[in-house]
Design a protein around this ligand. Structure first.
Ligand code: GTP
Ligand code: MG
Length: 500
């Protein structure tokens, strides 16, 4: 909600009225206020940091743990000030439901709309609108309906329908836990009743697994050539014997063991657990890949995708500039390729002709990464469908992937695409070159079993071609191993793909 519309007060009062505060906390904060000749605010209950208290605004997404008879909650208190939009989004990105607070007296404001739009964009479907500070408007039903109608018509434009709209006075504790006699005209739920009606999302354990590979640990002890693939399971469950694939490399294997860190041996690992796996076949994979079931049908691999993005950077998001994308465990170099539409959330006007995305704008765009990576599209896999964009070591924006627009996923195509991106072109075309040297350019790779003397064969061919007057150059694997490829350590199977 908009700044000062009463979000923190609502949470503070809810905690107080449900007796959720640590014993003595309420009195303690009241006493501090009195000692400083400052009027008590329920919002102070949440402000963990001192300087927040003095500024009177919440500057971080404080996490508040809270439980009702029905279930446990984590409440994130999102700041309303535009400067803190980033915190608001970080909080909101993990939310299953949202309460949007509007001051009855001030009515719908810029951030009421902007935040509503963010909810829609982040795919938060469970939204409750709270018209707060009803005490300031004499608990007037007509004013409630006026604000309600205005906001509902806005929400309908972005295809969002709230579960309910509740008139409250957070400060006075009206319609939070108890129904208010002052608003007898309202027959709907109180805040507490409403939040207990939120649907929990399906347990992440029950959906297919996503395991972003964070690291590979090698054992250096004699004969122990185990490799542990380490990370945290985002969703699902992995069992010993599961066949898995790694993306984007498309390598497959089978889970041999599950290695816990200082935990007893186990045969399965669940969403949320930091864990390590060993595989039955030794394959070469890198951190940043995504491990999914070998038969997964939802997972996408690609380098071009459509996304909803919100921009926080002071410098606008522009074409032709290199950005960094972070999604799952993957880090990618990213370019903005096309802007479909930019929405100015303050007045909700849509613009399809803009060539940049300004600070605080929300846009639908097409991005292209230099290398292909594995991702999900909007839906149940949050960590792998959402991303942040980094520029200058700072988060400048974030968003959610809507659609994979990559035409082909083959490794060769992607390698070529990557090269095309970064290659600085000569002005001489390859055709012109071929004509001039009277030869068709090509790379010939000599590969095969050790017994065959590949090097000798290649050297011989080089000589022959040279004698025929062709432009030819021999490149031995050792030249690569200690040169261009010196960062690739594996010599066996794991290195071979890379070297080729
Ligand atoms: P930010 O975190 O800065 O975005 O603000 P916020 O939405 O958390 O607002 P906060 O809860 O800090 O409340 C702002 C002011 O409104 C405080 O002075 C509150 O006492 C006052 N306020 C909140 N709820 C009510 C209410 O129901 N009635 C009245 N009269 N004042 C309220
Ligand atoms: Mg606040």
């Amino acid at each position: 909600g908009h700044v000062d519309h009463g979000k923190s007060t609502l949470i503070g009062r809810l905690l107080a009225d449900t007796h959720s505060l640590p014993i003595g906390k309420l009195d303690q904060v009241k006493a501090i206020c009195q000692a400083n000749a400052k009027p008590f605010e329920y919002a102070f209950l949440l402000d963990a940091l001192k300087d927040e208290r003095s500024q009177g605004i919440t500057i971080d997404t404080a996490r508040i743990f809270f439980k009702t008879q029905k279930r446990h909650y984590i409440i994130l208190d999102a700041p309303g000030h535009i400067e803190f939009l980033k915190n608001m989004i970080t909080g909101a990105a993990r939310a299953e439901a949202a309460i949007l607070v509007i001051d009855a007296k001030e009515g719908v404001q810029e951030n009421s709309r902007r935040h509503g739009y963010m909810m829609a964009m982040l795919g938060i479907k469970q939204l409750v609108v709270v018209i707060n500070k009803m005490d300031l408007v004499g608990y007037d039903e007509a004013i409630f309906h006026k604000v309600r109608e205005e906001y509902l018509s806005f929400l309908s434009e972005i295809d969002l329908e709230p579960l309910s709209v509740i008139p409250v006075s957070a400060r006075e504790g009206k319609n939070l836990v108890q129904k208010a006699s002052e608003m007898a005209w309202y027959s709907g739920n109180s805040i507490l009743e409403q939040i207990d009606l939120f649907q929990s999302r399906p347990k992440t354990e029950n959906i297919p697994f996503r395991f972003p590979v964070q690291d590979i640990y090698k054992f250096t002890k004699e004969k122990d050539d185990r490799r542990i693939i380490a990370g945290t399971l985002d969703t699902g469950m992995v069992k010993v014997g599961d066949t898995v694939q790694f993306l984007p490399s498309e390598k497959t294997s089978t889970i041999k063991t599950i290695e816990g860190f200082n935990t007893p041996e186990t045969k399965q690992s669940r969403a949320g657990q930091a864990t390590g796996f060993t595989l039955t076949e030794q394959i070469y994979i890198k951190p940043g890949e995504l491990m999914v079931p070998s038969s997964d049908s939802a997972i996408q691999v690609g380098s071009t995708f459509k996304a909803n993005v919100f921009w926080l950077g002071i410098r606008p998001l522009v074409m032709g500039k290199k950005y960094k994308l972070k999604s799952g465990a993957s880090r990618q170099v990213l370019y903005l390729k096309h802007i479909e539409k930019v929405l100015d959330a303050s007045d909700l006007s849509t613009n399809t002709t803009k060539d940049q995305v300004n600070r605080h704008d929300v846009a639908t765009v097409v991005f292209q990464t230099v290398k292909p990576f594995a991702f999900d599209t909007e839906g149940q896999f949050e960590n792998t469908s959402r991303f942040v964009i980094i520029d200058d070591y700072e988060i400048m924006g974030g968003g959610i992937i809507l659609e994979n627009l990559t035409n082909s996923n083959t490794h060769t195509d992607d390698t070529i695409q990557k090269r095309e991106f970064e290659w600085i072109r000569s002005r001489i075309s390859s055709d012109a070159r071929a004509q001039k040297f009277q030869q068709k350019p090509m790379v010939i790779i000599f590969t095969g079993p050790k017994e065959i003397d590949r090097v000798e064969m290649a050297l011989k061919l080089e000589e022959d071609l040279f004698r025929m007057g062709k432009g030819v150059y021999f490149l031995g694997i050792s030249n690569l191993l200690s040169g261009l490829d010196s960062d690739i350590h594996g010599r066996g199977v794991e290195g071979r793909d890379e070297h080729i």
